[in-house]
Design a protein around this ligand. Structure first.
Ligand SMILES: [Zn+2]
Length: 624
């Protein structure tokens, strides 16, 4: 009997182990994946939960004082099985509070006393913020709750606040060009409490980005007459806010395949754009998004166009751009934005753009951009290639981290790698001789490859800093996706990606949900990609060796499996290029022999340094 039981037990063990990938998982994470909220097949577990908060916010933009004054009511849904004994509220604008520890210096002009909190009420009870039990960093941590927050309960939180808008050191938001506003991370919000870490206690110090729960946003934004406001969500009172002629163009652009100039230089001269009240209150409503931002501009041009993103439903996405006259390439931006949305909806990832609009605000700074749901805050570029890529990158963030709710604070590669990967093939169609690897890895990876600064992706982003952080999230993360694409082939890679988005939209996937979903859909354990590319420290080094009969041996002396391109030059100076997928190194192979298949004599063979910097260059060439 004992033997039989043991046998059954062994069989069970085998079955369980068969499901578990060889990818490294630390014991604390293993405990979660053995539980009810996550699973080894990459699907959300049967008892997966996440909290949510719906926000009702009224803000007034004081353009004289450059201040934002707000009042908000939050409905916080504790969907967790836990009783919460404290409440974490994120105060991102305390980045500018004197004494806050941040990642880079901010000049004294923008430092202030932090977000002024006039009052916090929880279920109607005023919280005493002078009580020393409550702490404040870039988080407000309330420990003297009137009552514990029970599982499956709704808590109402009211906060009355204001803060000074940064005017010279704009960290992802602020006043630009003196009177153009992009406001993001501006309202106090409930931190994430999740099944992995409990409260997200991380503090915002400027460099590393965000982790937010989903919710509905009902936001009223009051601005002086003449300011046009665009924001996350649908503008529900545009007809009241805009002069009839402007509104008519705005409405037309939402149905138009061609770009419509909604506000022209002539309109700006006429000063007859918005409703003639001293102040106008613009209303927006957004459903199930992880964040909210808005822009307000007084002397900006406005172009818009729309695109069908789902042929079955003929659903249109409106995409629009607000920019100052003369902003380089911006007169082409609405069309570019449309092309990127169309490409992502049908080609890669091949998921219809999930939001009703995508608006870009031009901040006039040199380069770079910042994403929010339905909104991007972009700089200007001197090259068309850079400009186009940036647009695609910021629009691409719609899928990651927003539609799928990535924890960027810990795993910034989970969204930056995608936002960097998505534009690659479209830009190759648009710009001749664009090299998909060159522009990133020469700049970001080459200086670090082969050193300890080339750090594994799985090291939490908020525990890394400086250029190695940038190198890993944009560079190595991006190459990790190419490694996967090479291993799976483009069709399977796409199928895995669509399934990952479908499983985790509106949820919070960890890297393991990503790894396990790809394993599940691909039908193989891809640990041979995950472990070296995402967990290990190492380098790439392929070497060539001459064998008999002019056969060529390619040896992998490095840690990373990499695909390769080998150029063979024959005696008659003709050339042949051999491309091999990363798959040849699966099963731990370290050697791959290329048989010489023609009568022609080989003069020389060389590895093309295309995919990843090969650390030892001397062994990349052989002469016969
Ligand atoms: Zn990005």
């Amino acid at each position: 009997m004992k033997t039989l039981l043991l046998l059954i037990y062994c069989l069970l063990m085998l079955q369980v182990n068969a499901q578990i990938s060889e990818v490294y998982i630390p014991p604390k994470m293993k405990k979660i994946y053995g539980g009810p909220t996550r699973s080894y097949n990459g699907k959300p577990g049967k008892e997966y939960w996440q909290n949510r908060a719906d926000y009702d916010i009224s803000v007034e933009l004081n353009t004289e004082e450059k201040e934002l004054i707000g009042f908000e009511t939050i409905e916080f849904y504790n969907n967790s099985p836990d009783t919460l004994r404290m409440l974490f509220i994120k105060l991102f604008q305390d980045l500018y509070r004197k004494g806050t520890m941040i990642d880079f210096p901010i000049g004294p002009a923008d430092l202030h006393d932090g977000t002024i909190i006039n009052s916090v009420k929880i279920n109607g009870d005023e919280i005493d913020l002078s009580n020393s039990a409550n702490r404040r960093t870039t988080n407000l941590i309330i420990t003297n709750l009137p009552e514990n927050i029970a599982p499956n309960s709704v808590t109402e939180i009211e906060i009355d606040w204001k803060f000074k808008i940064p005017n010279t050191a704009q960290v992802r938001m602020g006043v630009y060009r003196n009177n153009a506003y992009f406001l993001a991370y501006f309202f106090p919000r409930i931190a994430v409490y999740d099944d992995i870490h409990g409260w997200d206690r991380s503090t915002y110090s400027g460099k590393v980005e965000f982790y937010n729960d989903f919710g509905n946003y009902n936001v009223e934004i009051t601005v002086p007459q003449g300011f046009v406001v665009r924001a996350t969500g649908e503008n529900t009172n545009a007809e009241e806010m805009l002069q009839p002629k402007i509104f008519e163009r705005y409405r037309e652009a939402q149905e138009s395949d061609d770009v419509i100039n909604i506000i022209t230089p002539k309109d700006l001269e006429s000063l007859n754009i918005t409703a003639k009240n001293k102040k106008n209150t613009w209303k927006f409503y957004a459903v199930n998004v992880p964040d909210f931002s808005f822009c307000a501009t007084e002397d900006y041009l406005w172009d818009g166009v729309s695109v069908i993103v789902n042929k079955n439903e003929a659903r249109r996405v409106f995409t629009d751009v607000l920019y100052y006259e003369g902003a380089k390439f911006f007169d082409q931006a609405a069309q570019i934005s449309k092309e990127t949305i169309e490409y992502m909806s049908y080609e890669m990832p091949g998921v219809p753009f999930p939001y009703p609009h995508m608006t870009t605000f031009c901040n006039g700074s040199r380069g770079g951009g910042m994403e929010s749901p339905m909104m991007a805050n972009n700089g200007v570029y001197s090259s068309f290639e850079g400009f186009y890529t940036l647009f695609h990158h910021e629009n691409g963030h719609t899928y990651f981290p927003f539609y799928t709710g990535i924890n960027e604070t810990l795993y910034s590669w989970m969204d930056e790698s995608w936002a960097t990967y998505l534009p690659v093939k479209l830009i190759e169609q648009k710009v001749e001789n664009h090299n998909r690897f060159d522009y990133l890895w020469r700049r970001y990876i080459k200086p670090y490859a082969g050193s300890f600064f080339d750090i594994p992706l799985m090291i939490p982003s908020n525990n890394t800093s400086g250029l190695p952080l940038i190198a890993k999230m944009y560079g190595r993360g991006y190459l990790g996706l190419f490694a996967l694409e090479s291993a799976l082939g483009i069709d399977k890679f796409k199928e895995c990606t669509i399934e990952f988005i479908s499983r985790w939209k509106g949820k919070h996937p960890t890297p393991y949900d990503f790894f396990y979903t790809y394993n599940d859909v691909a039908g193989e354990d891809l640990a041979w990609i995950w472990n070296p590319w995402y967990f290990e420290i190492g380098h790439a080094d392929l070497a060539l060796e001459k064998k008999e009969n002019e056969n060529i041996l390619v040896k992998n002396l490095g840690v990373y499996p990499v695909p390769f391109s080998l150029k063979i030059i024959f005696e008659d100076n003709s050339e042949e290029i051999i491309n091999e997928s990363i798959r040849i190194w699966k099963d731990g192979n370290t050697e791959f022999e290329i048989k010489h298949g023609t009568d022609k004599k080989i003069k020389r063979a060389e590895l093309l340094d295309e995919f990843y910097p090969d650390i030892v260059e001397e062994n990349n060439v052989i002469n016969f």
